[in-house]
Design a binder for this molecule. Structure first.
Ligand code: NAP
Length: 313
């Protein structure tokens, strides 16, 4: 089969992972199909310009999903949590997979979260917390793929994105942007694996090109790893304000007091051991040159400056 014969449906094509992957696949001359809820967004315009077949629809619009997945032999499954409706992600997943199966899709690569590796190892997250529900939903996505009997499937499990430190994703961590501090339930000793979303696309391309080799594999993804203060210091340095961003490590008592809250401070306790679920030797055997945090900050330097303007600007 020549490469041009492959057609991939990319979910979340306008998102960080999906856009990076769509660009790489189009560079390889593969066909890319996708949907967006807004054809006029900058990312949608970019996708149109690079030749992605893009339709305007929500994933709840099954007719448009059917039209868009028709003729695809591969599926990139990256869905979004809906914090107001925790069942929506599973529903959208089931619909997308059923449509893909009907359409004759042979290979599915699902991007879930490293949290699934921790769930598999029985690492406890606060029972009932939104983080626990989030991880259970991602596990359910993987189970749904396995149950449908696609010829080939692979699960990529991303760790914490480097892009979380920058606009627009930094809104979840606005303390870092607004107060130049990060209050976290990780510790001064925690080595946090972090990931460049461009590297996710690189792993996906390798797996799409060799379905049999990657069939059934569950791969925790990271690009780099370091201590929290070291990470924040590199960020401050890149923003040309050395030493300006400080980590604040919660005590176990403080974490317990927040245990039922909805923020990330308490639930990030699971990230203390995230590095146990990353095998950098395995990752480098697949993608030899992973992006370091320094390289990421250099590439994204305009966004770094926009996210962390000098205080007097
Ligand atoms: N940030 C992290 O550290 C991290 C780590 C591990 C895993 N993850 C997971 O990564 C996923 C997010 O990936 P990302 O950051 O690449 O995406 P993103 O940049 O947040 O983009 C969101 C995408 O989802 C699409 N979308 C959302 N709701 C939709 C709906 N109802 N119907 C159709 N399209 C919809 C958006 O499309 P339009 O707006 O164009 O319609 C857009 O393409 C999440 O599931 C998250 O849990 C994140």
């Amino acid at each position: 089969m020549s490469s041009a014969e492959h057609t991939v449906f990319i979910s979340s094509a306008t998102g960080y992972q999906g856009l990076a992957l769509s660009k790489k696949l189009r560079e390889m001359d593969w066909n890319v199909h996708a949907t967006t809820r807004d054809l006029s967004s900058p990312a949608a315009v970019t996708l149109k310009e690079i030749g992605v077949q893009l339709k305007e629809a929500d994933w709840d619009n099954l007719d448009v999903l059917r039209e868009s997945i028709k003729g695809c032999d591969k599926l990139w499954l990256c869905l979004l949590p809906d914090w107001d409706d925790p069942t929506r992600e599973r529903r959208q997943c089931a619909n997308m997979l059923d449509i893909a199966k009907e359409a004759g899709v042979k290979q599915v690569i699902a991007s879930t979260t490293l949290g699934v590796s921790q769930l598999d190892a029985n690492v406890r997250v606060y029972p009932g917390s939104f983080m626990e529900k989030h991880m259970l939903n991602k596990k359910a996505v993987e189970t749904s793929v396995e149950e449908r009997g696609f010829e080939h499937f692979t699960f990529l499990r991303p760790t914490f994105f480097m892009a979380n430190f920058l606009e627009p994703k930094v809104k979840r961590y606005d303390e870092i942007r607004d107060h130049r501090s990060w209050t976290t339930s990780m510790t001064a000793e925690t080595q946090l694996p972090i990931l460049d979303h461009h590297d996710i696309a690189r792993f996906a391309v390798v797996a799409f090109q060799d379905p049999a080799k990657f069939h059934g594999r569950k791969i925790g993804l990271a690009s780099d790893q370091m201590g929290i203060q070291e990470m924040l210091s590199m960020l401050a340095e890149a923003a040309d304000q050395p030493g300006s961003i400080k980590a604040h490590f919660l005590t176990d008592e403080e974490i317990e007091a927040q245990a039922q809250g909805s923020g990330f401070a308490n639930t990030h306790k699971v990230l203390r051991t995230a590095s146990d679920y990353i095998d950098f030797d395995e990752l480098r055997a697949i993608v030899p040159s992973l992006t370091s945090f320094k390289e990421f900050l250099e590439r994204e330097k305009e966004t770094v400056k926009r996210t962390f303007p000098h205080r007097n600007e």
